[in-house]
Design a protein around this ligand. Sequence first.
Ligand code: ZN
Length: 131
Amino acid sequence: MIAEEKNRIIAEGLGLCWHDWEKSIYEGPPDEWGRTFPIKSERCKNCNSLSLTQIEDNPDFSTWPGFGVIMERGPGRKWWESFFAWLWEAFNTQIDFYLFGVLPISHINPPIMQDKLATWLAEHEGEWREK
Ligand SMILES: [Zn+2]
């Protein structure tokens, strides 16, 4: 999976829209003299949200802010416990666990979380994606 595919499946797993902005121009509301002016905007093709000023970037889960989004929204998702159990299992098989008997928390950083979560979500798509 390329980085964008990973980010996209994670965003969807977290219940976020993967925005696909499309430029559009429409007639604004009439002013007091009844004149209308074209307004440039960007509308997301997926969730229909409208942006007149700033385009909201899709999250990059290989960064700390992206990691924060996972940790903030993940625990509220139905699949979170299954994923975390799997993640725990994956780390438990690593050598640090045998040496120190603890989850090597230092192994969890944004790129690893991005990779593990995207992999898990892709493998368990049927369990979380709404039809
Ligand atoms: Zn959107």
